[in-house]
Ligand binder design. Structure first.
Ligand code: FAD
Length: 683
């Protein structure tokens, strides 16, 4: 009764949490044939991760999603520290800004994971016909290593099985609560996705196998690439035989999302509260009047022999009572609980993120850590934000496979940094406050505050700095960065950056953003708003002051070369596509705006289309705006307006190369390190 279908797809994504959906979203923008499956019958509706860092919001903005998150979320502007005084009573001991002022145009915000998943689903639907196939689970995996070297071939074969509705619906251990009006309602818990609950993947596979004849659709899929975004218990990771390394601690965290009834004065601020001897709580004020409490439960005495904690004793009341003790003498209660969960902290990172650059792991499948710094969902989405465009460019034949090696070299280091950060931070957060300087076992609250402040840059996501590789032209041995075997060949071709020409831009970091004005209509834009995530590389030419004749001459010369029929732009762009579809050239001159007419610049800087005329959205100026001040882009980027510079930016907004404004040959050399000529171009 089972029909065996074999279907082919370019990319098969297992798991539709934040990591899987970010990837599907990228691929939807790049027109890549994609399947995405999830064993659960529905997305999540409340609870779980909630923090959105500045970098995540910048990324959302590049996909035109940020406005939805920004509007619905609660914005986090201040952190308050509460510690015991000499008498042991908690007191506010300090305040700091939640996001370091000036590092991003966004500040940290919170909104629950279910809404983020919703934004992705809407966006994917708008840009493609990819749909999440729910209640579908892979049951077998086969990898043909003989096909791994040919990126047009399908080395991966997976059996997908559809579950019954019942199997695809996780069991909730619902708690009854009384609403303010005295009605009985139920609260959903997150335990079915918690690592304190046993993973049910094997049970589901067994059940589905046992019920094969019973309407369970079975399909065989061949894929060029597969990405395991299937969470901490990752089935894909198990198929590859890869493991996570690190510790599992005895700390169990309780999480409660409530509408609080309290006299605690800072309930609408993010707070870290250390009590004298009852533990610590983190308060996260949320959207819709909710507040999240993260509490470390004193769990060790409940630990079972095999090290996994018995969770049956954990209830919302237990979590509330712990919070009440910590926050004493302030009162805390609630009439409404939206969600709650408990989980055990494991700080682990995967030993390997990819199998032959054909199967990849991302998100919780390769790193797990505590929730306090709000990193889980962010780092998971940023993994696949890193991977998505690379897969798309290889599938489409724009790039050779060497760029895929940078996924592991770039993201594994981030995961390791995250685990190290979480280790330090957990100790400080979970430890008992020191009574005085002689109390060596206690944690110094000054040290905690300073670690928090320093950690803020790391947790914002802005500090990410990718190492040297074929797509990051900076000093450093790419081999040491784990950048693979073809390094020697690539090094011969590799272009060298001149970082001194733009001292405010770090090669390997995301392009910082300042306001510039459109040359044609004077509208101010944040530079980052011009760097949409649509799969394009960008060459930003900063020609400096174009009233200087040598700058104008250099600009004319560069324009001629870029516009020539044998330019690298033509070389790498499929002839059927617009000239800016692989590498978009943007210009930011040093002004004044009124000293230049757009059409004085060569066509390469504002391409002409027979139907749409000149492109008025490519040339910008660093000048005073009418209503929004002056972005001082040249000063902030550290570019000398008498000399200028050029910057190459990856499709994910990270800076690849900095060189002289007119250094066409070095630019061409950079792209030749990994891009594939589009053969039909002479037609
Ligand atoms: P997940 O969100 O776990 O998504 C994995 C997806 O894969 C799921 O949809 C799952 O159904 C699916 N899947 C799993 N196995 C298979 C399979 N074999 N076949 C098909 N599909 C499969 N982070 C915070 O920052 N703050 C928090 O408060 C917080 N609370 C959390 C509470 C809980 C209970 C859990 C589990 C995590 C919490 N996290 C929190 C972490 C955060 O949710 C994760 O870091 C983030 O969701 C990781 O995203 P992901 O896409 O990698 O994995």
């Amino acid at each position: 009764s089972q029909a065996l279908h074999i279907n082919q797809t370019d990319v098969l994504i297992i798991g539709a949490g934040p990591a899987g959906l970010m990837l599907a979203n990228w691929l939807s923008r790049c027109g890549v044939k994609t399947r995405i499956v999830d064993k659960r019958g529905t997305k999540i509706f409340n609870g779980q991760a909630d923090g959105l860092t500045c970098r995540t919001l910048e990324i959302f903005d590049s996909f035109d999603l940020a406005h939805r998150a920004w509007r619905e979320s609660n914005h986090m502007l201040e952190i308050c520290f509460w510690n015991p005084d000499e008498s042991g009573t908690i007191r506010r001991s300090g305040r700091i800004p939640d996001t370091i002022p000036g590092i991003s145009r966004f500040q940290q915000a919170v909104l629950h994971q279910g809404r983020i998943e919703r934004f992705f689903l809407d966006s994917i639907k708008e840009h493609s016909d990819i749909t999440v196939e729910r209640g579908v689970l892979p049951t077998s995996f086969d990898f043909d290593i003989g096909k791994a070297g040919d990126f047009d071939d399908y080395p991966i074969t997976v059996t997908l099985q559809t579950l019954s509705e019942k199997e695809a619906t996780p069991q909730q251990r619902n708690q009854h609560q009384k609403s303010a009006e005295g009605e009985q309602t139920t609260v959903s818990d997150g335990l079915f996705r918690s690592n304190l609950a046993a993973d049910d993947t094997d049970d589901l596979i067994n059940a589905a196998n046992a019920n094969k004849g019973d309407g369970h659709h079975i399909e065989t899929v061949q894929a060029k690439f597969m990405v395991g975004c299937d969470g901490a218990h990752s089935w894909v990771r198990r198929q590859l035989g890869f493991s996570l390394q690190g510790d599992s601690t005895d700390y169990v965290w309780g999480v409660l999302d409530i509408i609080p009834l309290t006299d605690f004065p800072d309930i609408r601020q993010r707070c870290a509260i250390h009590s004298a001897s009852s533990g610590s709580v983190m308060i996260i004020p949320r959207e819709n009047k909710l507040v999240r409490l993260y509490i470390q439960l004193q769990a060790t005495e409940h630990a079972q022999s095999e090290g996994k904690v018995d969770r049956s004793w954990i209830t919302p009341d237990i979590i509330l009572q712990s919070a009440q003790k910590i926050m004493h003498p302030y009162k805390l209660d609630y009439s409404y609980c939206d969600w709650w969960t408990a989980y055990q902290i494991g700080q682990r990172v995967g030993d390997n993120f990819s199998l032959h650059d054909r199967v990849f792991l991302a998100g919780d499948a390769v790193h797990t850590h505590s929730p306090k710094a709000g990193q889980g969902m962010n780092v998971s989405m940023q993994d696949t934000y890193n991977l998505g465009w690379k897969l798309a460019h290889v599938v489409k034949g724009y790039s050779d496979g060497s760029i895929l090696k940078t996924y592991q070299s770039e993201r594994r280091r981030i995961a390791q940094d995250l685990i190290a950060f979480d280790h330090r931070f957990s100790r400080l957060f979970s430890g008992r406050p020191a009574k005085d300087i002689m109390d060596e076992e206690g944690v110094s609250m000054e040290e905690f505050k300073s670690a928090f402040e320093k950690g803020n840059e790391f947790t914002s996501g802005i500090a990410v700095n990718y190492g040297a590789s074929v797509i990051v032209a900076k000093d450093g041995n790419a081999q040491e960065q784990g950048d693979g075997t073809d390094v020697i060949g690539n090094q011969l071709l590799r272009s060298i950056s001149k970082p001194q020409l733009a001292t405010g831009i770090d090669i390997g970091k995301r392009m910082p953003s300042f306001k510039v004005l459109n040359q044609s209509d004077a509208r101010p834009w944040h530079l980052q708003e011009l760097l949409k995530s649509n799969g394009r590389w960008r060459l930003i030419v900063f020609p400096g002051n174009l009233t200087l004749s040598e700058n104008m001459q250099r600009m004319q010369k560069l324009g001629e070369k870029l516009g020539a029929s044998d330019s690298f732009l033509r070389h790498y762009t499929p002839p059927s596509q617009p000239i800016d579809s692989l590498i978009e050239v943007l210009t930011v001159h040093a002004g004044p705006r009124t000293s230049l007419e757009l059409l004085d610049l060569p066509e390469a800087f504002h391409p002409y289309d027979k139907k749409e005329g000149w492109d008025y959205w490519k040339v910008f100026v660093d000048d005073q705006s009418y209503y929004e001040g002056h972005g001082q882009a040249y000063v902030n980027y550290g570019i000398d307006p008498s000399r200028g510079a050029s910057v190459i930016i990856r499709p994910d907004q990270y800076v690849s190369w900095v060189g002289d404004m007119g250094d066409y040959d070095e630019m061409a050399k950079f792209f030749s390190g990994f891009m594939k000529p589009q053969v039909a171009r002479s037609i």
